[in-house]
Design a protein around this ligand. Structure first.
Ligand SMILES: [Cu+2]
Length: 179
């Protein structure tokens, strides 16, 4: 195990921490944040665009484990709307005040074909919030991210690959070892 980088930043109601550790055979990324609305001068790492469904102060954690065989991404949330069915995917770009800033879905096989918008070619983390507002999900693929092409997790109003963007969390996803 080689010491990696650990950074943290506190700004307004935002706490974000991410770390990467790994030897030559695997890579780990863990990022946590609390959602805040877009602000004029500081872009939080976790931004809510809809405070009814993603209240300010609600919490998110995303972890990535990649090795030469594949990639597991796990999502945990707290403080969301009980019983609500959220759609979630990994997107290409970091979050911004504009919900569209995160760009499109990360795709293993980049494609314009709507048929390639599916949980095999993309990382979907849809979940339904528990009665206490918490939720979790995970996705495993036998592929990994290309460097710099996966940078956020977006929560959507609907499940199944589409729907309005409710919130966005910037995550520094790492390329697979050896990539
Ligand atoms: Cu999405």
């Amino acid at each position: 195990m080689v010491a990696g980088v650990l950074t943290s930043a506190v700004a307004a109601a935002v706490l974000a921490a991410s770390g990467t550790t790994g030897g030559t055979d695997s890579v780990e990324v863990r990022a946590q944040g609390r959602f805040a609305p877009p602000a004029a001068f500081v872009t939080p790492s976790a931004i809510t665009y809809d405070q009814k469904l993603v209240p300010a102060g609600s919490w998110i954690e995303v972890t990535q484990h990649s090795d030469r065989k594949g990639t597991k991404v796990q999502l945990r949330v707290k403080g969301l709307k009980a019983g609500y069915a959220y759609g979630v995917h990994v997107h290409q770009k970091p979050c911004g005040a504009d919900p569209m800033a995160a760009g499109g879905h990360y795709q293993n096989k980049p494609s314009q074909d709507p048929g390639d918008v599916n949980p095999d070619n993309e990382v979907w983390l849809d979940f339904t919030a528990q009665p206490n507002g918490s939720g979790r999900s995970s996705a495993y693929h036998d592929w990994g991210f290309r460097r710099g092409e996966a940078a956020s997790v977006v929560l959507h109003r609907e499940q199944g690959g589409a729907g309005a963007r409710l919130a966005c969390f910037s995550v520094p996803f790492a390329p697979s070892p050896g990539a």
